[in-house]
Design a protein around this ligand. Sequence first.
Ligand code: 13P
Length: 251
Amino acid sequence: MKMTVVGNWKMNLAQNSARELVRSLAQAGVKSDNAVDVIVCPPYTLLGTVADLQIEGIAIGAQNCHHAAKGAFTGEISAEMLVEIGCRYVILGHSERRRDQHEDNELIGRKAHHALQSGLRPIICIGETLEQRKNGETFSVIKDQLDKIITSATAECVSSCIVAYEPIWAIGTGLAASAEQAEEVHVCIREHLKACAVADLVPLLYGGSVTADNAAALFACRNIDGALVGGASLKVDEFSSIVQAAREVVH
Ligand code: 13P
C-alpha cells in the first residue's frame, strides 16, 4: 500500500512561520509521489495561508470539523468550509480532543460520515491510555473504539477513511511505541476492520513520538502504512527525513 505521512501542527506557528515551514519543506523535496502521500494539518487560521502558497505535492488537512453542514454552532467550523479553503483531509477524534472537548466515538463517527460526504477524507484517531495498556486492555479498547465509530459512521464510510493508531502514552512524551508494539496493534486493527466488513485497504498510520530516528523501523512493519507526526512535523529536517523513510519502504 502507498505510504502516508501526515504532519499535525496542533496549536502551533503563526502566519510567517507557517509560510516559512511549508516553503522550506518544498525546497527540501518533501512532496507526494508514487510512493508516499504528504499532508500537513495546520490550525484553522493558517489553512488559507498554506493553501494560498499552492505548494504542489503537499496536501492540506484540518485538525477537526463539526458534524453539521451549517447552523447555530458558535465557534465551530464545518467540513464544507474546510473544502472551500482547500482542505482535502481532516483529523478526527484526536486524543487531545477526546480529553479536552470530551469527544466520544459516536460523535467522531458522525463527524467522519459528514466529512466524507462533504469531500474530505477523515483521518480517525484511536488509542489506549497507559493504564489501559498496563491492565492488558489495549486490544479490547481499540476494538471498542472502532466498533462504536463504525456504528455511527457505517462500515462503508470507514472503508474510505485513514485510521491512525496513537497510543496516548506515546504522544508528546518522546516514548514512541516500539515497532513490535505498534505492529501488533495494527494487526489487531486490520483484522478487526476486516471482521466488520471494512475493506482491508484502509491505510493504518502510527502516531506518537515519531522522529527521524525511529521512522524507518516503524515503517518496516508490514501493517504500518505511514505516520501521524506531531512535534517532528514542525522541524524541516525531521519531517523531510520521515517522508524520505516512508519513500524507501517496500511492503
Ligand atoms: P507527537 O509526535 O508530538 O508525539 O504527537 C503525535 C500526535 O499527537 C500526532 O497527532
